[in-house]
Design a protein around this ligand. Structure first.
Ligand code: ZN
Length: 193
């Protein structure tokens, strides 16, 4: 009897352990037909020290949200620019750069300015699980979005609500780029249960 009781406790604590990790809320995308209009292309140089697949996933997910109106394209050539050349990046060109210990201790990344050209990532502070969300947030800034609400563009990064590109950020980006947000793709989170 005692053994069975002990086993039950082990099983129970096993179940409890299962729930210790963050329970990520599920989400779904609202999808519209792909735009056949002429698209604006943004070329992105990614620091050679940033090999993370999650950065590429963040770019792909934005391309999905932008639905053909704007296309983000990683420049294929290896990133071997001198600092002076990096400083020349303008217009429809962006750079994603690795920094270490430059920003205040609790900051994960930043852009030069809203609608700017540079993303700086505090690589050592960003876990693999958070990287895609952080990069999607920063891309939102380069596309013109400001901090707002509790989801992707919240000033406070929460990975459970930075899993996808939501309606609020898409509305801001569409407005800033003269696009109709209703033709773009955006996600919404499903309530629990
Ligand atoms: Zn931000």
């Amino acid at each position: 009897m005692k053994i069975i009781f002990a086993m039950m406790i082990i099983l129970l604590s096993g179940c409890i352990n299962f729930n210790v990790g963050i329970n990520l809320p599920k989400f779904r995308y609202i999808v519209h037909p792909l735009s056949c209009n002429e698209r604006k292309v943004i070329n992105i140089w990614i620091d050679i020290q940033l090999k993370d697949i999650e950065i590429r996933q963040a770019i792909s997910e934005w391309n999905y949200a932008l639905n053909g109106f704007i296309e983000l394209q990683e420049v294929a050539e290896p990133f071997e620019m001198e600092d002076a050349q990096i400083g020349q990046i303008r217009g429809s060109n962006w750079a994603i750069l690795k920094i270490d210990g430059v920003l205040s201790p609790n900051i994960l990344g930043r852009v030069d300015i809203i609608g700017g050209n540079y993303i700086y990532l505090e690589k050592g502070r960003i876990s693999r699980e958070r990287m895609k969300g952080v990069v999607m947030h920063e891309i939102g800034h380069l596309l013109g979005a400001r901090h707002s609400g509790e989801l992707l563009m919240s000033w406070r990064f929460r990975e459970q609500f930075a899993q996808c590109i939501d309606e609020e950020v898409v509305e801001q980006v569409a407005k800033n780029n003269g696009l109709d947000w209703r033709s773009m793709n955006y996600c919404y989170y499903l309530t629990e249960g």
